[in-house]
Design a protein around this ligand. Structure first.
Ligand code: UDP
Length: 469
């Protein structure tokens, strides 16, 4: 049932170019320690998908850097069927504090959860050795913790979901998962406030999510390349440079697919724009992003708004996405003509993930202000990506975003995610004082450099493993 995923190898030396010497020394120290402590041990990561989703996106570079550092890092993906993933989605929603499909989490569900995991457990018994360390990600794999322990291996549960103030829905998910999670040698959360009540404080650890700054999504792009990519994607009129970016394998890629655009006219060359890149999800509040911009930004500035998300036709397993996109188009249509022409909705091509990433990269680099007006968020990867690119980000004061942005220093936090005026005013002020935006953008870059790079995750995980051994 388990599928082994090939893991690449990337040298940590390349971080010399972006990290200060002291931070690089900490990486090297962790690396030396890792080699000494981990000799002969394998570090397994276990999750439920090798592609798509933030966890897989983070694991690809993280495991490659761990390998590059001499750690025997391995990756296995569990198998499950439709009902299993419907149940784990139910758990995921409740951990976020929202009802989702509202279905039960009783004895029947527990029995079917364990039955679905049984073939994976059988594979683990063949695979694992007592010296192994296994990091199990999210609710999908929690039921395997006991099986890992039964093999004599060390089990760490990594939870990527959380909410600031737990509610009864979240507690229901905790009760379901607790019998498994309590068997782990350690549990890892993204921030302190996400740690469940009732877990052993001595066994908890905090590891923040991280971005890969050398990937097609975050790598440096010359201004010409930014224009070229936006132009090839149909987001800006012709006249820019070559549409190039470097693929993970080092080859040079060009953008060939065009985004599908809902717009009155294309964004003009040199026209300023405010950007939100997000899935078409009500919790990302696309309608609020559009309305707040139309009411409070457009009348007072010359800027445009671009809301870019994945092509809803390509994401077949998300019927919600298409409905949210349709609602956004309807809202756009209802705007007065002079405001409508300043709002652009983009469906980004999804066939080639590296091409998609290059377009996101160029959009973020070209933006004057980046927005993340989410209503709920564990950690905003898009926030970290934009901050790395020295963009000033205006984002809701929720979840991990509060750790990422220091208010008025490395970005702006919105106290009330539902307040369109607060959001509009913040964006407007930044558009009217571009020098503030530059200042905060520079500090935003430093913030990500100091806290949210893959090297930080590696140092944090190695520290945890050292503690466990
Ligand atoms: N993303 C993308 N293409 C899109 C929309 C989003 O590549 O059209 C990426 C985005 O750059 C980020 C991730 O999807 O890396 C979203 O992560 P985030 O934590 O912001 O939100 P989530 O989707 O996990 O709720």
């Amino acid at each position: 049932a388990l599928e082994l995923v090939p893991v690449g190898s990337l040298a940590l030396d390349r971080f010399d170019r972006v990290l200060p010497a002291a931070a690089m020394e900490a990486v090297r120290r962790a690396q030396r320690l890792g080699r000494a402590e981990l000799a002969g041990r394998r570090i397994w990561h276990l999750n439920s998908t090798a592609r798509g989703g933030g966890v897989a996106e983070m694991l690809v570079p993280l495991l490659a850097y761990a390998r590059g550092a001499g750690v025997d890092a391995r990756w296995a993906v569990i198998a499950g069927d439709g009902p299993f993933f419907a149940l784990t989605k139910r758990l995921h929603n409740r951990l976020h504090g929202v009802p989702g499909d509202g279905g039960p989490l009783g004895d029947l569900e527990r029995a079917s959860y364990e039955a679905a995991l049984a073939p994976n457990a059988a594979d683990l018994r063949d695979l694992l050795r007592p010296a192994d360390i296994v990091i199990l990600h999210d609710p999908q794999t929690a039921g395997l913790i006991g099986h890992v322990k039964a093999c004599g291996a060390t089990a760490v549960w990594r939870c990527h979901v959380g909410l600031d103030t737990p509610n009864d829905l979240a507690r229901e998910a905790w009760s379901f998962l607790e019998p498994y999670v309590l068997q782990a040698d350690a549990y890892v959360f993204s921030r302190e406030s996400f740690v469940w009540e009732g877990l052993d404080p001595a066994r908890r650890a905090i590891v923040a999510p991280s971005i890969d700054v050398f990937s097609p999504k975050n790598q440096e792009l010359e201004p010409d390349a930014v224009d070229g990519i936006l132009e090839a994607a149909g987001l800006r009129p012709a006249g820019g440079g070559p549409p190039v970016f470097q693929r993970i394998d080092g080859s040079i890629g060009g953008v060939t697919r065009r985004a599908e655009l809902i717009e009155e006219r294309p964004l003009g060359r040199g026209e300023r724009y405010v950007l939100q890149v997000s899935r078409w999800d009500a919790l990302k509040d696309p309608l609020g992003v559009i309305d707040g911009f139309a009411e409070h930004v457009a009348p007072h500035t010359d800027a445009h708004l671009v809301y870019a998300g994945p092509d809803v036709k390509a994401v077949a397993d998300d019927p919600e996405g298409a409905a949210v996109f349709d609602a956004a188009v309807e809202r756009w249509r209802a705007l007065p003509a002079e405001r409508r022409e300043r709002v652009h909705l983009a469906l980004l091509p999804m066939v080639d993930s590296q091409e998609n990433a290059a377009i996101v990269n160029a959009l973020q680099r070209g933006a004057d202000v980046v927005v993340q007006k989410s209503l709920a968020e564990g950690f905003g990867l898009t926030v970290a990506e934009a901050m790395w690119k020295r963009r000033v980000v205006v984002a809701s004061r929720i979840g991990g975003i509060q750790d990422q942005i220091e208010h008025y220093r490395s970005g702006i936090l919105l106290d009330d995610p539902y307040d369109l005026r607060e959001y509009g005013l913040a964006v407007r002020r930044l558009l009217q004082a571009p020098e503030r935006a530059v200042e905060m953008g520079d500090r935003a870059h430093e913030r990500v450099r100091d806290r949210y790079l893959g090297t930080h995750s590696i140092v944090d995980y190695l520290a945890l493993i050292e503690r466990l051994l």
